[in-house]
Design a protein around this ligand. Structure first.
Ligand SMILES: [Zn+2]
Length: 114
C-alpha cells in the first residue's frame, strides 16, 4: 500500500504546482479547487498508508507498564509482577493507565498504576 501513498503524494505535488501555474484571473477558483482536491488526497493518503485513525481503543494502550516488577504492598518483596494483557485506562492514576499485578511471593493481586 505504501507505493499507492507515494503515487498519491506525487499527484498532490502536481496539484500544488498547477495552482502556482494558474492564470491570475482564475487564481481564486483554482485555489478553491486545489484545497478541495488536497483534502480528498489527504484522506486517501491516510487510508492508503494504514492511517493514524485506528478505530480500536486498545491500539493506543502502551504495550508494557513502566515497571514490570514493583514492591508488593502486602509482603513488601519486589515480586509484585505485571500480568500480561491487563493494561487498561484509568482516570485515577497519573499515567492514565493501570494494570493487574500479582505477587509471586504472597499471592496478593491488585490494580496498580502502570
Ligand atoms: Zn506479596
Amino acid at each position: 500500500m505504501a507505493d499507492i501513498a507515494s503515487r498519491l503524494k506525487a499527484v498532490q505535488e502536481g496539484i500544488e504546482r498547477l495552482a502556482e501555474l494558474a492564470a491570475p484571473d482564475q487564481a481564486d477558483a483554482a485555489s478553491r479547487l486545489v484545497q478541495k482536491l488536497k483534502g480528498e488526497l489527504d484522506d486517501a493518503i491516510a487510508e492508503a498508508s494504514g492511517g493514524p485513525q485506528e478505530p480500536s481503543t486498545s491500539a493506543n494502550l502502551p504495550r508494557n507498564p513502566r515497571h514490570v516488577e514493583i514492591r508488593c504492598p502486602i509482603c513488601s518483596l519486589r515480586s509484585f509482577t505485571y500480568q500480561k494483557g491487563t493494561m487498561r485506562r484509568s482516570d485515577e492514576t497519573e499515567s492514565g493507565f493501570e494494570a493487574l499485578y500479582h505477587c509471586l511471593s504472597c499471592g496478593h493481586e491488585a490494580w496498580h498504576e502502570a
